[in-house]
Design a protein around this ligand. Structure first.
Ligand code: RTP
Ligand code: MG
Length: 145
């Protein structure tokens, strides 16, 4: 048999405060598992301004930055490390477009999200967008992993 090299890819998923508040954590974890990915870590956390400043460093200075941080501090988030080949792009695909109004049906944001007329898009989930972001974000939310 051929030797197989398995590089297990990991991504950071956050169920944002709107998702936790609406009781959608289980549904979102269910979709990740139903797709065939593995849950490597799951922890309910209260974000801090320090972690969020690093997590959202790329958005500092944008008009939605302050409301975004305020929203992310408005309640607990479910921090998740999911793993499997292609999971970074795969979870972004499960999540759907950033704007839940535009997100396709079949996606987390398309099926479960909507515009609530608030200052910042409350779109239920975050998913790392590259291998570099995934490593950085997993280290930030799970320093002991
Ligand atoms: P995420 O990082 O949360 O997975 O989402 P994303 O890549 O699809 O979106 P990104 O551009 O990274 O923006 C981060 C989060 O900021 C909020 N946002 N609001 N114009 C707005 O009101 C606006 N733009 C972005 C969303 O919560 C978005 O997920
Ligand atoms: Mg992003």
């Amino acid at each position: 048999t051929e030797p197989t090299t398995v590089t297990v890819e990991r991504t950071l998923v956050l169920v944002k405060p709107d998702g936790v508040r609406r009781g959608l954590s289980g549904e979102i974890l269910r979709r990740i598992e139903a797709k065939g990915y593995t849950l490597a870590a799951v922890e309910l956390q209260h974000a801090t301004t320090e972690v969020l400043a690093q997590h959202y460093a790329e958005h500092e200075g944008k008009p939605f930055y302050a409301p975004l941080v305020e929203f992310m501090l408005s309640g607990p988030v479910l921090a998740v490390v999911a793993e499997g080949q292609g999971v970074i792009a795969g979870f972004r695909s499960l999540a759907g477009a950033t704007d839940p109004t535009a997100a396709a049906p079949g996606t987390i944001r398309g099926d479960l999200g909507r515009d609530w007329g608030l200052k910042v898009q409350q779109n239920l989930v975050h998913g790392s967008d590259s291998t570099e972001s995934a490593e950085r974000e997993i280290g930030l939310w799970f320093p002991n992993l």
